[in-house]
Design a protein. Structure first.
Length: 258
């Protein structure tokens, strides 16, 4: 009788390169988010991914290359999703609110990235980051250019108030990202799970509502549009919820390393 190895066993070989690489990236994301690049251990990443260290180094030559790949894995998806929203058809207001939702959803599906990127910003502030410039030029700048262009389009058409687009763009990003960064405070202060599906849906709606109320010349119309965009069915129902549940469990065991 032929033996059929388990999927976990097959994943730990070169016969399933995408599964192995994906498992490594997910394990590395958790390790880097919790320990930082300096404290992260390659053997811990290999063990969590269910692969041996030789296979890990087959895909990624060293820890710096793996860290770059983890950053790219998130920002490639973010750039694709928000570009689709900002470059789509329709009025500037709908495109901007769709962008805000896409940005929020992208983070909610990969909760560790907020913590990871916060660490990267702190390292850059100390002059110790060699990754931020590459991320900004390759991913953040193209998003910012598009976002500012949509803001200026809406201002010119009269759909938006006369705001400073260069100031309002980072304010939008701050509204989206800040919730995920300070989630541990919310958990302690309000005794809630900030990453539960219900909490994420409520926060997403609140973010879009706040942006619309601050930006639209017709505030009432903007708030109604924000509610409509926030309540749209997900393209892949359950993806964000499942990712949130998984990531929430990982956040709760954070710090229990041996």
């Amino acid at each position: 009788m032929a033996l059929h190895p388990s999927s976990a066993t097959r994943r730990g070989t070169r016969r399933q390169p995408e599964a192995s690489r994906g498992a490594i990236l997910q394990a590395a994301l958790v390790e880097f988010a919790q320990e930082g690049i300096a404290g992260a251990r390659m053997d811990a990443i290999a063990a969590a991914a269910g692969v041996n260290k030789a296979l890990l180094y087959y895909y990624f030559r060293d820890k710096e290359a793996l860290y770059d790949a983890v950053l790219d894995d998130f920002f490639v998806r973010l750039l694709s999703r928000v570009t689709q929203a900002l470059d789509g058809a329709g009025p500037a207001g709908e495109r901007l609110l769709t962008y805000a939702r896409a940005h929020f959803d992208c983070i909610s599906e990969s909760l560790h990235y907020a913590r990871l990127f916060q660490g990267e910003l702190m390292s850059a502030g100390r002059g110790k980051s060699s990754h931020l410039t590459r991320v900004v030029e390759r991913y953040i700048r193209p998003i910012s250019v598009r976002l500012i262009a949509v803001l200026q389009e809406g201002i010119a058409s009269g759909e938006f108030r006369h705001v400073d687009a260069m100031q309002f763009a980072p304010s939008i990003a701050g509204m989206i990202v800040h919730y995920f960064v300070v989630a541990p405070v919310a958990r302690t202060l309000f005794a809630i799970d900030p990453f539960s599906p219900q909490a994420l849906q409520q926060r997403r709606a609140a973010v879009l509502d706040f942006i619309a109320a601050a930006l639209f010349a017709d505030q009432s119309a903007g708030v109604k549009l924000a509610a409509k965009v926030a309540s749209r069915a997900e393209a892949q129902p359950g993806v964000a919820s499942n990712a949130a549940k998984t990531s929430t469990r990982r956040f709760r065991v954070q710090g229990k390393r041996k």
